[in-house]
Design a protein around this ligand. Structure first.
Ligand SMILES: Cc1ncc(COP(=O)(O)O)c(C=O)c1O
Length: 512
């Protein structure tokens, strides 16, 4: 982008009436332009005097922004020559690579023309796949196991009785008996502390986060996400115009640095019961730290509890929301994993003082419906069908998980680590740093196997670990071994490639 085009572009986005300081807006826009390649490495930025004049802002503001960008490594100043954009490709994941595996929708440059900057950023890193079944697609339950007969019986009853009122738009916040049933279910199974009025029915976790960002954040506010994290929510936040800060995780969950802690975000999105995708559980000490920090700095926490009903070695863990005495946590979940994803019914438990606003917002923004489905779901949950279904499939998934672990172990012995297999619907097969997990996924896809590359879940490149997410819950037992052997044939070639053993030295056992 030429300096003059840069000033024009910035002018479009700077909004002096927004309440966000000009310094902050300019910093955010320049950083974003560097990260998404609009300002490629080596480009000289306009001088602070020129840019201040073109944007009608104080020169000191521009100088301050340039200094901040230099501290963070996005630009460097060459004395007497100007300020130049640094090469940041080492720091962020190449968006093209994250959009390039599998068969998910590829938005072309042509079709992106005319989109907003937010729209283009979303198209640059799409994560969804057109195929939503098959070995080893992560994040899917076995929908064939859903007790369709019981569901149909309840549904028929509701249609026969008085469907009229259930066929209209829904009351704000969802069908009241469903809010009641969800509250009771979560209080007993997840140690959530809720009243029915705090429950807002949504179409899933995605919609819950969407409404939370609209009601709680201004455009440009900072939101912390775990790095690595689920691409769906990450992209939702990025395309909402928020400043997404990827915070590292360790064995105890999200771990902000002292530097991060000095700049409190507006929102913190975490998966405390089962970090996605690595699978660790947030320790009690980290939970307390996070709650304390959020209370002191007025941050909101979104607890994404997407799959904690499936824990194989121990009981499911109590929620973070249950520990929150200050009303800072919004608990979000859905029936996507416990019933079936296409149902599109989720829920949020919102602190009491803001719950009416959330119920109204969902009605206003999305014009709620599905009352018939919500009434059937309410009875399904209230009468215990959900709990017994979860108990039954948990045993089935445990068997499939064991079969997959056996298949991995018998091929690779202990040479590859298995991570995060204690809970959920997938595990992570860790790979050596030299292998290209994105390429492996592409090749596996061509052979009919769906796996996701672990590296794709990271935003900060130096933190990136290589591995594969393997979903096992929806793979029939008899398919697990054969499907894994196909995957292993792709994997073996990649693992062997980087090893190049010297003549006469054999590769480590199980790796060839
Ligand atoms: C961590 C995480 N959060 C949220 C979701 C999406 O949930 P929903 O179907 O309720 O929108 C997923 C889906 O796989 C997920 O993995």
């Amino acid at each position: 982008m030429k300096p003059i085009a840069l000033a024009d572009w910035l002018q479009q986005w700077l909004n002096t009436g927004s309440g966000e300081p000009a310094y902050r807006q300019l910093y955010r826009l320049l950083r974003q332009a560097i990260l998404d390649g609009r300002l490629p490495s080596g480009v000289r930025l306009p001088s602070s005097r020129e840019l201040a004049r073109d944007l009608s802002i104080a020169r000191n503001t521009v100088i301050q922004v340039y200094e901040q960008l230099a501290i963070e490594g996005y630009v460097h100043a060459a004395s007497g020559k100007g300020t130049f954009v640094e090469d940041t490709s080492q720091d962020t994941v190449d968006s093209a690579s994250s959009a390039a595996w599998g068969d998910h929708a590829q938005a072309t440059g042509e079709s992106n023309r005319g989109l907003s900057m937010r729209g283009r950023r979303l198209m640059d890193r799409l994560g969804f796949s057109r195929r939503q079944y098959g070995a080893f697609m992560a994040g899917l339950p076995d929908v064939a196991e859903f007790p369709a007969k019981a569901w149909l019986r309840i549904q028929n009853k509701h249609w026969r009785s008085s469907p009229g009122r259930l066929l209209s738009y829904a009351a704000a916040g969802g069908y009241p008996p469903l809010r009641q049933a969800i509250s009771a279910y979560l209080n007993s199974s997840r140690s959530v502390n809720s009243k029915a009025e705090q429950v807002v029915v949504t179409t899933g976790i995605h919609q819950a986060l969407d409404v939370a960002t609209r009601l709680l954040c201004e455009i440009g506010d900072t939101v912390w996400i775990e790095d690595p994290s689920y691409w769906g929510l990450r992209n939702l936040l990025i395309s909402s115009g928020l400043n997404v800060e990827p915070i590292p995780v360790d064995g105890e969950g999200i771990r902000p640095s002292q530097r991060d802690l000095r700049r409190p975000p507006r929102l913190i999105v975490v998966t405390p019961s089962h970090q996605y995708p690595l699978g660790m559980v947030m320790s009690l000490a980290r939970r307390r730290m996070l709650l304390d920090y959020a209370r002191k700095h007025g941050c909101w926490i979104v607890e994404d509890d997407y799959d904690s009903d499936f824990r194989y070695e121990s009981r499911p863990l109590p929620s973070l929301q249950g520990l929150d005495s200050a009303g800072q946590v919004l608990y979000v979940g859905s029936f996507s994993k416990t019933m079936y994803p296409g149902l599109r019914i989720g829920y949020m438990v919102v602190p009491e003082r803001i719950a009416p606003a959330f119920a109204s917002a969902v009605a206003e923004l999305y014009r709620e419906g599905q009352m018939m489905t919500q009434s059937v779901t309410a009875e399904f949950v209230r009468e215990g069908y959900l709990s017994s279904h979860v108990r039954r499939v948990r045993n089935l998934y445990a068997q499939r998980r064991a079969l997959l672990i056996d298949a991995i172990r018998s091929h690779y012995q202990d040479s590859l680590d298995i991570i995060g297999d204690e809970a959920g619907l997938h595990l992570v097969l860790a790979l050596p740093d030299h292998v290209d997990d994105v390429e492996i996924c592409r090749q596996a896809f061509d052979r009919g196997i769906m796996v996701r590359p672990l590296s794709d879940y990271y935003l900060i490149k130096p933190r990136m670990r290589r591995g594969l997410l393997l979903g096992y819950a929806q793979v029939q037992q008899e398919q697990i071994g054969p499907a894994f052997r196909i995957l292993a044939s792709v994997l073996d070639a990649h693992i062997a490639e980087g090893q190049h053993p010297a003549p006469g030295v054999s590769a480590p056992a199980g790796r060839t």
